[in-house]
Write a protein that binds this ligand. Structure first.
Ligand code: 3PY
Length: 249
């Protein structure tokens, strides 16, 4: 039985005061929610705030990116060790916005995953196809390629220490959501791909859905057998909406 994980991906949003009131709102409203594990992946500059406010609570803190290196002359970068020191439990790796705008390849994403796990945290590996790839019938080879690249670089055992998020690129920030059946098909495909190497790891790994999950569609998506939670974009910026999704888990 996989406990759902609902993780907010705040992206580059919020002010210090706004971040504080959002974290406080999530904290206040989450006390009765035990079905789902809850996490907030905040911008780096709010990690210290998150660590302080969430101390002693069940809500996990996460970051949205990490450097491929452990330290040194990498201006502007943040290492996995630094994130760990700030109380991060999760680190989003390979979000489509990073792949598209910052040129992150599968090889870079694999290295980031390894950095995060070796620092004792859990990466959330994002995979997903563009609309063009889906329409041309390349959805499966694209997703398979993204998964296989990690297996080749880091080994199948690495999937025992990560979470996966399926985020169809066409559903990110567009308001469009995959139907529960469309999402379930891809989640089952990902699990089969991993099971071909190791059935026990495939059974255990959580596969979250991301891409405009909101209170109105969360329950249906989360009811699918291979959807084990959500990586929530816009709706994670409003405490009531985020909590409603956590409740639906
Ligand atoms: C979205 O829902 O827009 C996301 O990108 C979640 O990561």
């Amino acid at each position: 039985m996989r406990q759902p994980l609902i993780a907010g991906n705040w992206k580059m949003n919020g002010t210090r005061a706004g971040a504080e009131s959002l974290i406080r709102g999530v904290l206040a409203g989450s006390s009765g929610i035990s079905k789902s594990e809850i996490a907030v992946c905040v911008p780096f500059v709010f990690l210290e705030l998150g660590q302080r406010l969430l101390a002693g609570s069940a809500i996990r803190l996460g970051a949205q990116n990490v450097c491929t290196e452990t330290g040194g002359a990498y201006t502007g970068e943040i290492s996995a060790g630094m994130l760990n020191e700030f109380g991060c439990r999760y680190v989003i790796c390979g979000h489509s916005e990073r792949r598209e705008y910052y040129g992150e390849t599968d090889a870079i994403v694999a290295r980031k995953l390894a950095m995060v796990t070796s620092a004792g945290m859990t990466p959330i590996l994002c995979v997903g196809e563009t609309l063009e790839q889906r329409e041309q019938g390349f959805m499966e080879p694209v997703i398979a390629g993204q998964i296989d690249a990690i297996i080749e670089a880091n080994g199948i055992e690495s999937f025992g220490r990560i979470e996966i998020a399926y985020e169809p690129v066409w559903a990110i920030g567009t308001g469009k959501t995959a139907t529960p059946e469309q999402a379930q098909d891809v989640h089952a495909f990902i699990r089969r791909r991993i099971a071909a190497h190791d059935a026990a790891i495939a059974e255990k790994v959580r596969i979250l859905y991301g891409g405009s999950m909101k209170p109105s569609n969360a329950a249906e998506l989360l009811a699918m057998p291979d959807i084990d939670g959500g990586l929530i974009g816009g709706a994670s910026l409003v405490a009531e909406d985020f909590l409603a999704i956590c409740q639906a888990g």
